[in-house]
Write a protein of this length. Structure first.
Length: 211
């Protein structure tokens, strides 16, 4: 096949892929650990506030995330927790110490969105992005991201946290963290934490979403 035809085929394929991504929300799902997507009809217009005990888990996860950024970065966080789907017991293939009650709690807590308050304290400046602002950036084409980075030049994208699932004894936690940094550019990570000596420590992580 002539080189010009190969280039044309690549361009057409990319265009078709972009169209498919837009029509499905713009994401590739990495769904091995998820047994079903969340029923979006369950979401409420006025989410309740995030439980206080979640913030210590969020601080541990975000502090770890900071290790991959330079000191000048501003963390832009969605004020609404993400609802990505229900995890199944297959996640125990990755996290052998993961308890069934932690999985159950995670799925129950993520039925509905919650609203984050400015209770985060992980050693870095951060901005809470309203749901309306986030939808404005994500609903447009790639040009909307130019506006985002003009307003937040030191940001690394928009980070969304899931609600936290806890074990019955309160010593294990499961949370998902998703960062969208451009048009069809994102990565999500499921993180397992254990509580010891009053603090939370990450004991495992695995890819949950990529686009």
């Amino acid at each position: 096949m002539p080189m010009s035809n190969i280039k044309l085929a690549i361009i057409v394929s990319v265009a078709l892929l972009a169209t498919a991504l837009i029509s499905t929300g713009g994401y590739f799902g990495y769904q091995k650990w998820f047994k079903s997507e969340t029923d979006q009809s369950n979401l409420i217009d006025n989410p309740s506030t995030t439980p206080d005990r979640n913030y210590a888990v969020y601080n541990a996860v975000l502090s770890n995330k900071l290790q991959h950024y330079d000191g000048s970065s501003t963390i832009v966080i969605s004020e609404i927790t993400g609802v990505n789907g229900k995890v199944g017991i297959t996640l125990q293939e990755k996290f052998t110490e993961l308890k069934l009650d932690t999985i159950s709690s995670y799925n129950n807590e993520n039925i509905n969105e919650t609203t984050l308050l400015r209770n985060l304290n992980f050693g870095n400046e951060y901005i809470l992005l309203s749901k309306g602002e986030q939808e404005a950036y994500l609903s447009g084409d790639g040009g909307m991201w130019e506006d985002f980075y003009q307003q937040h030049p030191t940001a690394q994208g928009i980070t969304t946290l899931s609600a936290v699932g806890f074990s019955n004894d309160g010593n294990q936690a499961l949370v998902d963290i998703l960062t969208i940094s451009g048009f069809d550019v994102c990565d999500g990570t499921l993180i397992l934490l254990e509580k010891a000596n009053g603090g939370w420590t990450i004991v495992g992580s695995t890819l949950s979403l990529i686009c």
